[in-house]
Design a protein. Structure first.
Length: 465
């Protein structure tokens, strides 16, 4: 393969041509809201379905998946710049011809030159999902069947997860029609993925290893196909992906395990305000994506400076050599904080030092949660907080008596609620010994399905030496 230098490009954004709109931006894309606003036009047109009736479902014993898959005429791309053709289009000595190529076409041509076709992937995953249900006999082409499933890939490509990213994840939307022998449509179903179910990648990684393209599209298509099969009534409950989580230490059969000695020592360190951690305190968490089963991420938080209830933190995620980012947290505020991690993951925390800042009165406070991400043009959240309760919780760092908070939020549904989060729930457990939370669970829902399920658990706490 010809070695192609990587250059810097302006940020770019365009709507799909089938919608008759083109939009460009100069510089770096600012927020995830831009991404979602663009996809509203692309996905909302497929939001109507015709439910397969119970009577028709009983009549269908055999089915064939139509291998002639239809797909959108153009691949969707929302990435770090329109000059991506330099990476892909110049392969094979066609640098001059590629000078006028668009990013989406450059990537699609590169994929197809490497034998990667989205229509083939979609067919295979829909076929596998229906077969695995065990509720229908799937026959091969040429054999008479009770029904045929036509597959339409109405949206596919790659997109950045937020405006500050240079990494790409797969997006895909599939619509299926089940028709009888006379061609009558008996039922339709669709689903889509816009949040990457796999580790995101750079353009360079995509170019150097085209199998990443195939793996990303297949992972997204597999999720979509499973949901479509269930919507037709030919699937079971949604399986939970296997997650390589760190197993908590075994507890004694005689009594609950006590927190580790190094955890207890933290209460002896000094801080600028009673109950608050001292500068130099460090927490290591495991960030686990239970929705998509991506590899766990290590997140290290270090208190650089503590003044009253204000904490200046350094946060590092991923490899130990990864770059640190800085942020300031006002521990006395009952609000959410969002932080970007390695692999384009996103951590949403609520008042990390809530118990440390409020002490004994924390369990009696009436909490009004603020700051949950809204998104441009979306309705505001109405939040509800359950009364705090004390309970025992076990995480990799040990077993703790912790104060648990549960916060949920809803907002009015918009016409585009099928791709915009409208409900969330956050649970947090705070332990006095570590002066921060030891466990956090964060879940989000779209109009009719769960969109995210994240758990964060304390792996190690180190007081200042």
């Amino acid at each position: 393969m010809v070695s192609i230098p990587v250059s810097q490009h302006q940020g770019g954004l365009r709507a799909h041509r089938s919608q008759g709109a083109v939009m460009n931006t100069d510089g770096v894309l600012g927020t995830r809201a831009i991404f979602f606003c663009t996809l509203l036009l692309l996905l909302s047109g497929c939001a109507t379905t015709q439910k397969l009736s119970d009577d028709d479902r009983r009549k269908i014993a055999t089915v064939r998946i139509n291998s002639a898959v239809q797909k959108a005429p153009e691949m969707f791309y929302m990435g770090p710049g329109a000059g991506v053709f330099i990476l892909f289009g110049a392969i094979g000595g066609a640098a001059l011809a590629a000078a006028s190529a668009e990013p989406a076409k450059a990537i699609q041509d590169f994929a197809e030159k490497n034998g990667i076709f989205i229509e083939k992937i979609a067919f295979e995953e829909i076929d596998a999902a229906i077969r695995q249900s065990g509720k229908l006999k799937v026959l091969n082409s040429g054999e008479p069947t009770d029904a045929v499933v036509n597959v339409i890939v109405y949206h596919y490509g790659f997109a950045i997860p937020h405006g500050f990213s240079s990494r790409l994840g797969p997006v895909i939307g599939i619509r299926c029609e089940m028709v009888d022998a006379a061609g009558k449509v008996l039922g339709t179903a669709y689903d889509f993925v816009v949040k990457s179910p796999v580790q995101t990648m750079t353009l360079e990684e995509m170019r150097d290893d085209p199998t990443r393209i195939a793996s990303a599209w297949r992972a997204a298509a597999k999720l979509v196909a499973g949901n479509i099969a269930r919507e037709f009534g030919y699937g079971g409950s949604s399986p939970q992906p296997a997650v390589a989580a760190i197993a908590p230490p075994a507890a004694s059969a005689a009594a609950p395990a006590a927190p580790a000695t190094h955890v207890m020592a933290s209460t002896q360190t000094s801080a600028s305000r009673e109950g608050m951690p001292a500068a130099g305190s460090q927490w290591v968490y495991g960030f686990i994506d239970r929705q998509f089963g991506r590899r766990p991420i290590d997140v290290t938080v270090r208190a650089e400076r503590v003044a009253g209830t204000s904490v200046d933190e350094a946060v590092i995620s991923g490899r130990p050599s990864a770059q640190e980012t800085q942020r300031s947290v006002s521990a006395g505020e009952s609000r959410f904080f969002t932080h970007r991690l390695a692999d384009d993951a996103e951590l949403t925390e609520f008042a990390p030092y809530f118990l440390a800042a409020n002490g004994e009165k924390a369990s009696t406070l009436a909490i009004t949660a603020a700051g949950y991400p809204v998104g441009a043009g979306n309705p505001s959240w109405i939040t509800q907080t359950q009364p705090p309760t004390w309970e025992q919780v076990t995480v990799p760092a040990g077993t703790f008596k912790a104060l648990r908070l549960e916060i949920s939020g809803k907002r009015a549904r918009s016409p585009f609620s099928s791709i915009v989060t409208y409900r969330f729930k956050v649970r947090i457990w705070y332990a006095p010994e570590v002066q921060r939370y030891v466990k956090l669970e964060h879940m989000e829902w779209l109009s009719d399905r769960q969109a995210s399920d994240v758990v964060v658990e304390l792996v190690k706490f180190s007081p200042p030496s």
